[in-house]
Ligand binder design. Structure first.
Ligand code: DGJ
Length: 702
């Protein structure tokens, strides 16, 4: 049973892990254990009852609480900070009840209540047993007659086994340069990662992995997780002076407040986290499977090879230019033709048009339908770019509703890329966007939408807010989810892509609405390899759109460019009219080849064999779930001569079954490919893709 009560509390078990919590002698809900699954219920440690440390650290400060409120003599990071109407600014949580409701997924709900005030808090735990993951979130309810101000309400505090030193792995980046993997020791104090940008942001990602400093891709204890939130978030990794390490995760409390009115409730987004002994690779594969099965609306859907017009034509899209590109794309085997920016009313540059979501009559005199008909006749589906949350001051929408943007009335409205941000928290903005975009989608045969968001916030005001103006940060994201969710519900056949100038909104929250993510505007293939490696820490390859373009040094071969793109959901973004017939024919061959390995890449198990962020010779492998086949990608960027390339050790194969690796004579056991490895000769900026096939289920007798 995944969740059970013990005399000491509760145990949550997954396929390989156990997580225990309970009430200690002081009545605090304390964390007891998180790690490998133990043999019997009695093996799980009881709730700790730490003694005071002098007069400066009392037992409450030293208790690893599951969800500490700011109260008592406690100074480590609390998850909850409230302000009651009478000015009392702490919250004293007492256990009230526990329940394990019937449902599709095992859940534990623990209800706490303030000792004096009519405030109730329920901690939700949901077990995803097959993925070794636990999802946590909380719901706060004001049961009294006066409002309560919430100043911080995080999703979870995750505790690591006490007494050890840990290393934190996380992702940092910037526009055009996302998803750098960083590993650093966790020292005493608090390490904060966050976004204050209104999106989850290019700069940090809420994904984390913590190990004892010696885990690798294949082995070692790793605790990992992320927050399912597409707005401002915060991760506080704290090491106390008593060797207690905990990671708190949730909505950022910076400039945040929520006025919880009488009778109202507030639910946080979820934080999902897990433990594995299978190293960083094992952590990623668990997240990938969970995202495919438990987050994405259609996680097992294979994504089509698309063409995107952005890098080729930018704003200069019109019916003739897109028709020419579509004809060339179709001849190459492309399945989905996407017009990026530039198709709508007066959008000839980035200074006008955002907000006016109807086809530009000069570029498309008869609307988009003739082009869509042509694309369809060519055997492709049709997709479109939109940026719904944005408005240019030079647009009909802004002229009609200047009050709809996020602003402080007395301040200048700072523009980013000549645009302002619509206040998605406003129901009238949400309703307008739903109506406009619903019409666009209903009137056209559209199979794919790229949803972009090209600036971060400034002057975060909402003069006529229904509550505290600082609710904006959360109401914005709730509004975004409502608009996207409603459109998704009404147009179920559409595949949606989340883009924010590349990877500015890549998070577990958005993947409930988007089927894919555009990880970066940087399509230079060598840079892309590193970006893709970082992206793969959390996200499965099927969510990773990757284009072959003309960006980067011209000496880079088309094969190299394609191999990089083939590691994810392949797309083409080069200017096909500038590609000669031989280049287009070669591209057609790679596209055909990709289609044969697409299920392996998009749905298989990902093994990072050699890191492109660390090595100029890197390799990546995808293995079918039944291990019957796999595909290997290897890349060499620049290594000064003389170069000796190390062997590549495959992963994920049946050790006792014989496999053939394309291009290498003779079958060998999975064990041999994994432990003796294979050698591949590559020159600078050469790459290879090799299929791997299992011949039988076991090695034939000698
Ligand atoms: C930013 C995106 O990341 C690009 O791919 C492209 O869609 C442009 N916006 C269009 O303005």
């Amino acid at each position: 049973m995944p969740i059970f009560a013990t005399p000491q509390g509760w145990v949550l078990e997954t396929a390989n892990t156990g997580y225990a919590l309970g009430l200690n002698a002081a009545g605090l809900l304390a964390h007891c254990y998180w790690g490998p699954r133990l043999t019997t219920a009695a093996d799980y440690p009881p709730p700790p009852n730490p003694p005071a440390w002098g007069s400066f650290n009392n037992p409450a400060q030293l208790t690893p609480e599951e969800y500490p409120g700011y109260a008592d003599i406690k100074f480590s990071e609390p998850c909850l900070k409230l302000s009651f109407a009478d000015g009392v600014r702490d919250v004293v949580l007492r256990f009230e009840s526990a329940a394990m409701p019937d449902g599709d997924r095992p859940e534990l709900h623990i209800t706490l209540r303030d000792a004096v005030y009519p405030f109730r808090l329920t901690l939700h735990y949901r077990v995803h047993a097959a993925y070794d993951l636990i999802e946590r979130w909380v719901t706060a309810v004001n049961e009294g007659p006066t409002p309560i101000m919430i100043e911080r309400i995080w999703s979870a505090q995750w505790h690591l086994p006490p007494g050890d030193s840990y290393r934190l792995s996380h992702l940092t980046g910037r526009f055009m340069d996302e998803f750098h993997l960083r590993r650093e020791p966790l020292g005493h104090g608090v390490k904060v990662l966050e976004s204050r940008r209104i999106t989850s942001s290019h700069h940090h990602n809420s994904w984390f992995a913590v190990d004892r400093g010696h885990a690798d891709e294949d082995s070692g204890a790793v605790w990992f997780g992320a927050c399912a939130w597409s707005g401002n978030w915060k991760l506080a990794a704290e090491v106390t002076d008593f060797a207690s390490t905990r990671l708190s995760l949730g909505i950022n409390d910076w400039d945040f407040a929520w006025r919880l009115k009488p009778g109202e409730s507030f639910s946080t987004p979820a934080s999902c986290a897990g433990f594995t002994g299978d190293g960083f690779g094992g952590a990623s594969r668990r997240m990938h499977d969970y995202i495919r099965d438990g987050v994405l609306p259609h996680g097992r859907q294979l994504h089509q090879v698309l063409y995107n017009s952005w890098e080729a034509t930018e704003f200069a899209v019109d019916e003739p230019s897109q028709t020419r590109l579509a004809e060339l794309a179709a001849a190459m085997g492309i399945e989905l033709f996407v017009i990026d920016d530039g198709w709508f009313h007066r959008r000839n540059h980035d200074r006008a048009g955002l907000g006016d979501w109807w086809p530009d009559t000069q570029k498309f005199p008869n609307g988009l339908q003739p082009l869509i008909a042509k694309v369809t006749a060519l055997g492709m589906q049709f997709g479109l770019w939109i940026e719904p949350e944005m408005v240019n001051p030079d647009s009909d929408l802004y002229r009609a509703h200047p009050d709809w943007v996020i602003h402080f009335p007395t301040r200048a409205r700072t523009e980013g890329r000549n645009q302002l941000i619509l206040n998605m928290g406003r129901p009238d903005v949400q309703d307008y966007l739903i109506a406009k975009l619903d019409r666009l989608l209903a009137e056209h045969t559209i199979s794919f939408i790229k949803w972009d968001m090209n600036r971060n916030v400034s002057e975060p005001g909402w003069p006529d807010a229904p509550g505290d103006q600082r609710e904006l940060w959360v109401r914005y994201v709730q509004g975004l989810y409502r608009v996207w969710g409603t459109l998704r519900e009404r147009h179920r056949h559409i595949v949606w892509q989340s883009c924010s100038g590349g990877g500015g909104r890549a998070d577990l929250g958005i993947l409930h609405y988007a089927d894919q993510i555009w990880p970066s505007d940087n399509t230079e293939p060598a840079a892309r390899l590193a970006i893709q490696e970082g992206f793969s820490q959390l996200f499965p390859a099927g969510t990773m759109e990757s284009w072959v373009t003309d960006m980067g040094p011209q000496h880079l071969s088309l094969a190299f460019r394609f191999h990089v793109g083939m590691c994810g959901a392949l797309g083409i973004g080069g200017h096909l009219e500038h590609w000669d017939a031989a280049r287009r024919a070669e591209a057609a061959e790679w596209i055909a080849r990709y289609k044969t390995i697409r299920p392996l890449v998009q749905l298989g198990d990902c093994y990072r064999l050699r890191s492109p962020q660390q090595h100029a010779f890197s390799a990546l492998q995808y293995v079918a779930k039944d291990r019957s086949e796999a595909v290997l990608f290897a890349f060499r960027t620049h290594i000064p001569a003389p170069a000796i390339l190390p062997p590549i050790y495959l992963r994920g194969l049946d050790p006792d079954a014989p496999y053939e690796v394309e291009g290498i004579a003779g079958a060998r056991s999975g064990r041999a490919w994994m432990h003796a490895g294979l050698s591949i000769a590559l020159a600078d900026f050469e790459s290879t893709v090799r299929r791997i096939r299992r011949l039988y289920r076991t090695m034939p007798a000698a």
